[in-house]
Design a binder for this molecule. Structure first.
Ligand code: SAH
Length: 244
């Protein structure tokens, strides 16, 4: 490994929900001076155009239905590239610390003497506003409950049952494979008529957004051919614009 005279450093950077113009100025500036970018499949590839020609760009995506880069491999690359080249940017979709393993990468890098920095990103659920869905609204929602649909062991989070009893808007990340269970959970508790929205490719030109009742979630997804990446938003904040 050829050593670099530059200080080894890792920037864990939020790429935002998809629209490349939704990254932060800090993210933009660090991309301009990056020596290496390790990017996810949810980070918009257009962001790579910000980097210098000499910057090495390496795809380390984990697609839920396809190719998979093991976390250990990403760690190895962080170490190798920071030591040999200097500034490594780890570009992750949305915010790196919201259902991303950004913090594991930071801890790994620190253990190996690499300076670490975190640059927050706009998380994908915030793009629901672009669909006229505010995540809170004084009259109908007292908070937001963001949940992963798929836990480490593949099961649906138990928190969904708790969230359902609250007044909060429930946002499910990585939940598309759990649509049947989600609909059943709500229906069994007598909450099947709560509005739901499924937003795919939020903030991007080819986005798709549909609304209905949570008890019909699987049919909605099927009829409209919705797939990853998509968010499931459940609550009375969905459809508010129709009540104007
Ligand atoms: N760190 C990311 C989330 C990563 S988990 C963030 O802060 O947004 C991956 C999940 O994020 C997907 O399964 C999907 O539920 C959601 N997601 C990410 N980008 C999205 C987009 N543009 N549109 C809809 N959902 C998105």
């Amino acid at each position: 490994m050829s050593g670099s005279t530059k200080t080894p450093e890792l920037y864990v950077v939020g790429a935002g929900p998809g629209d490349p113009e939704l990254i932060t100025v800090k993210a933009y500036k660090v991309l301009q001076r990056a020596d290496v970018v390790l990017y996810d499949n949810l980070a918009n590839k257009e962001l790579l155009d910000i980097t210098r020609d000499e910057c090495e760009k390496i795809y380390v995506g984990k697609h839920p239905y396809g190719s998979y880069t093991p976390q250990e491999k990403i760690h190895e690359l962080i170490q190798e590239k920071a030591l040999s080249k200097g500034t490594v940017v780890r570009l992750k979709g949305g915010d790196p610390y919201i259902f991303g393993r950004g913090f594991e990468e930071v801890l790994f890098a620190r253990q190996h003497g690499i300076a670490t920095y975190y640059i927050p990103g706009v998380t994908s659920m915030q793009a629901s506003g672009l669909e006229d869905i505010p995540l809170t609204h004084r009259a109908v929602s007292e908070g937001i409950w963001a949940i992963t649909g798929t836990k480490k062991d593949g099961s649906l989070s138990n928190d969904l049952r708790l969230a359902m009893q609250s007044n909060a808007t429930v946002v499910i990340y990585m939940g598309m494979k759990k649509a049947v269970e989600i609909a059943e959970t709500y229906r069994d508790a007598g909450n099947g008529n709560i509005p739901v929205a499924v937003v795919q490719h939020a903030s991007l030109p080819h986005k798709k957004s549909v609304t209905g009742q949570v008890q019909d979630l699987p049919q909605l997804i099927q009829e409209h051919h919705l797939t990853h990446p998509a968010l499931i938003i459940i609550g009375w904040v969905v459809g508010l614009e129709k009540n104007e």
